[in-house]
Design a protein. Structure first.
Length: 361
């Protein structure tokens, strides 16, 4: 049996978890996630400096709690997997330095994990999915469609050319005066609203390319709000409902095209799968749209439980186990430095913010 301790500190969750693998049998032995929502609430978004300090303060205790929950000491794990990027560099440094220290002190193997690989492989832990499959990652920092071919083999088919989808939800909430985090607030207001009241754009809908764009939609929301000021509660509800409908219809078009491409490229796969991950996957309207879309396009829709869709350390421990099993764990992990930018598909052209440190998304 192999047991891996996973550590995740790339954004605003301090997390540690232990996952075991024996043959094909995997088990989550513990999972601790400490959210920093309260620390960032007053600022309407994640403040990198505050996040890094909060990770420093919390990580020791979170790792100790994960070990205690699994009834293990550090001697009981075989390797330590840590998110080495992409993400906020301060938090990544805290996680990576802690993991290096623990691994060095206990003589355990160290595995550097790409956060996006954690999201990409979770469905194999929860649903035993075989390769290849499509991943739709929709979070506060990422909006991507990735072809998952195998461990360490990813092809990015689509990404956002401007804002991430979660970011669009958060910015919409902020400009309407709704509480942080914006996604759940917008969804709650949308339930009461009239989705047909505002005719908001469906960015890139109908275009042959597979990418996403959300900044135009955000601008349209701002304009709609401005013309109505001062906003009544029903205006806010109607804008949220119209925004969510626009997002959902845009996603259906964009994701639908990737599903068609998958059928064309892998005609022999009888029941292909679409996996969704990231915080936006919590959205009810988006989930039901994806369920319908997959039914129409002969895809199996796989949505791991929400606590494994959002940031957690189980996915990092699991990606570490997958890498060990596949013989793809870096032998020189002690030499690695965290990377704020680290695309899963190193060959994909950066859609935004190229530059010295590599692609932003
Ligand atoms: O995956 P996640 O927890 O953290 C990262 O960004 O990595 O995703 C957080 C994002 C936030 O932008 C949040 O507003 C969004 O997911 N979100 C939602 C919902 N719940 C969370 N967006 C839409 N509807 C929701 N119910
Ligand atoms: Zn994430």
């Amino acid at each position: 049996m192999t047991r891996v301790l996973g550590i995740e500190t790339s954004c605003d969750e301090t997390a540690a978890a232990i996952v075991s693998l024996e043959g094909d049998r995997s088990e989550v032995l513990s999972s601790v996630v400490l959210s920093q929502i309260a620390e960032h609430e007053a600022f309407g978004g994640v403040v990198p400096e505050i996040a890094a300090r909060a990770h420093v303060e919390a990580l020791d205790g979170v790792v100790a709690a994960a070990l205690a929950d699994a009834k293990l000491g550090l001697a009981g794990v075989d390797a330590i997997a840590v998110t080495a990027g992409p993400g906020l560099i301060g938090g990544l440094i805290v996680g990576v330095m802690t993991a290096k220290a623990l691994a060095a002190a206990s003589g355990k193997r160290l595995i550097a994990v790409n956060h996006l690989e954690g999201h990409a492989l979770t469905a194999r832990l929860t649903d035993g999915l075989g390769f290849p499959y499509l991943l739709l990652l929709v979070s506060g920092g990422h909006t991507q469609i990735v072809l998952v071919r195998g461990v360490g083999s990813y092809e990015r088919w689509a990404t956002t050319i401007d804002d991430a989808l979660g970011e669009a939800f958060d910015k919409t909430a902020k400009l309407l005066g709704l509480p942080y985090p914006g996604g759940p607030s917008v969804e709650k207001a949308a339930v009461r609203g009239d989705a047909g009241r505002f005719d908001l754009p469906r960015p890139l809908k109908g275009e042959a390319r597979l990418d996403f764009s959300f900044s135009g939609l955000k601008t349209a929301v701002r304009q709609a709000a401005k013309t109505l000021e001062p906003l009544r509660d029903t205006d806010v509800d109607d804008i949220c409902a119209s925004f969510q409908r626009a997002v959902s219809e845009t996603l259906a078009d964009r994701v639908g095209r990737s599903l068609e491409r998958f059928h064309r490229e892998f005609p022999s796969i009888a029941e292909p799968a679409l996996v969704v991950a990231g915080g936006v996957a919590a959205n009810g309207e988006i989930r039901s749209m994806l369920t319908t879309l997959c039914r129409q396009r002969d895809f199996r829709f796989v949505a791991p439980p929400l606590e494994l869709c959002t940031d957690n350390a189980v996915m990092i421990a699991w990606a570490g186990l997958e890498r060990l099993r596949a013989g793809k764990a870096d032998e020189n992990a002690f030499d690695m430095a965290p990377r704020s930018r680290w695309p899963l598909d190193e060959d994909a052209a950066p859609a935004l913010g190229g530059g010295r440190r590599g692609a932003k998304a």
